[in-house]
Design a protein around this ligand. Structure first.
Ligand code: ATP
Length: 135
């Protein structure tokens, strides 16, 4: 084992997760960013997508996050996300319904549709479905 570091995931509502992990991958605007123990200090803007980490037992776990920031310092990665849900806690039917609503709004192209908002809702729903269904 290469060694562990602390992952903390915080939303405006709660400290959702704090534990030692072996490896972390977060979604960034232009791809993914991996973090191992002894990573250099860094701040990164995160995209809507799936965060995944390898726990101390070597299991890969996933969370949907809807954008935010990550700070890495002194073997601690702190993710500050608008919303975050562990894959096991995601209501897939709710996410699929949200995806269909957003797709219908985007397809209808109604004048009063806020396209950016519908696109953001679509991305959140896709991330939730992926985090819940990728095992
Ligand atoms: P919806 O239209 O289904 O409410 P949304 O993308 O508008 O989806 P958000 O505003 O991003 O929802 O999130 C509101 C709250 O609901 C957050 O606390 C978020 O973690 C939670 N949440 C949203 N969708 C799901 C889901 N599918 N399963 C579990 N929790 C969810």
């Amino acid at each position: 084992m290469a060694g562990t570091f602390t992952l903390e995931v915080v939303t405006p509502e709660e400290l959702l997760f704090k534990d030692e992990v072996q490896f972390l991958v977060v979604p960034e605007t232009y791809g993914e960013l991996g973090v191992l123990r002894n990573h250099a200090p860094m701040i990164a803007a995160l995209d809507v997508g799936v965060l995944r980490y390898t726990d101390v037992d070597g299991r890969i776990k996933r969370m949907a996050i809807s954008g935010g920031f990550m700070e890495v310092m002194n073997n601690e990665a702190r993710v500050l996300a608008e919303t975050a849900e562990p894959g096991d806690d995601i209501d897939v039917l709710r996410a699929k319904a949200a995806k269909e609503r957003a797709e219908a709004r985007l397809a209808a192209k109604a004048e009063d549709t806020n396209l950016a908002r519908a696109e953001a809702a679509l991305q959140r729903a896709i991330a939730r479905i992926q985090a819940a269904e990728m095992k």
